[in-house]
Design a protein around this ligand. Structure first.
Ligand SMILES: Cc1cc2nc3c(=O)[nH]c(=O)nc-3n(C[C@H](O)[C@H](O)[C@H](O)COP(=O)(O)O)c2cc1C
Length: 198
């Protein structure tokens, strides 16, 4: 199959899937949650995590105010919750009430941690920078919440226990299948000579 040069550079962002998360924040007694697909780990030491959030989002204002945010990873059963918080505005509705979102207590910040999450980070904002129509918010992870029993001893998500929520774009969600698991040792593959068929 031959690739073509896309007419629209903007189409680059449709190269999903991406893990869909829910970013949470609170400030001055108001809590909020939004769907975020643009997020990434940045550094081990210190542990830094980045989220790309438009300044138009109500959540952004709460984070800019409190200098804290939470990143919540949800099982596929909670995909509808991702769509709910991604389709509503915190300035118009209390999403925690409207969607009956249960929370756990945070450990080192005041951000809401979602009970439905199989893993969640509490982050303290260390940088907030404008990039085009989004802002890159970098947080130091100060606490990690996780359901220990859904990770293997190697800290790999056990797909027998949790199906992660992946976003394909255009309001379409999917999950990962254990049938497709392949363990590819980078040491071995890094030395392979023309043996890889792609
Ligand atoms: C699956 C999904 C992923 C999204 N990813 C992002 C994202 O990475 N960054 C962003 O700014 N908005 C993203 N959005 C849009 C926000 O979640 C949406 O605008 C939300 O209503 C913002 O809520 P708020 O105004 O209460 O903060 C996403 C929406 C969906 C449904």
């Amino acid at each position: 199959m031959a690739k073509v040069i896309s007419n629209s550079i903007g189409a680059f962002y449709q190269h999903y899937p991406r893990v869909a998360t829910i970013v949470t924040a609170q400030a001055k007694g108001k809590s909020n949650a939004m769907a975020v697909a643009w997020h990434m780990p940045i550094s081990f030491k210190p542990p830094l995590y980045g989220v790309a959030i438009s300044a138009k989002r109500f959540t952004y204002r709460l984070i800019a105010d409190s200098k804290e945010f939470g990143v919540n990873f949800l099982p596929f059963e909670a995909a509808e919750l991702v769509a709910s918080v991604g389709g509503s505005k915190g300035e118009e509705v209390d999403k925690f009430q409207q969607f009956e979102i249960a929370t756990d207590k945070p450990a080192r910040t005041a951000v809401p941690i979602l009970k439905a999450a199989y893993a969640a980070y509490e982050c303290k904002l260390v940088d907030d920078r404008e990039y085009g129509d989004h802002r890159l918010l970098v947080g130091e992870i100060v606490a990690v919440h996780q359901l220990e029993e859904v990770f293997t001893p190697e800290e790999i998500l056990d797909l027998d226990k949790i199906s992660p929520t992946l976003y394909l774009g255009h309001e379409v969600y999917v999950t990962a299948s254990k049938d497709t698991l392949r363990s590819l040792d980078r040491e071995v593959y890094g030395k392979a000579k023309g043996g890889l068929s792609v």
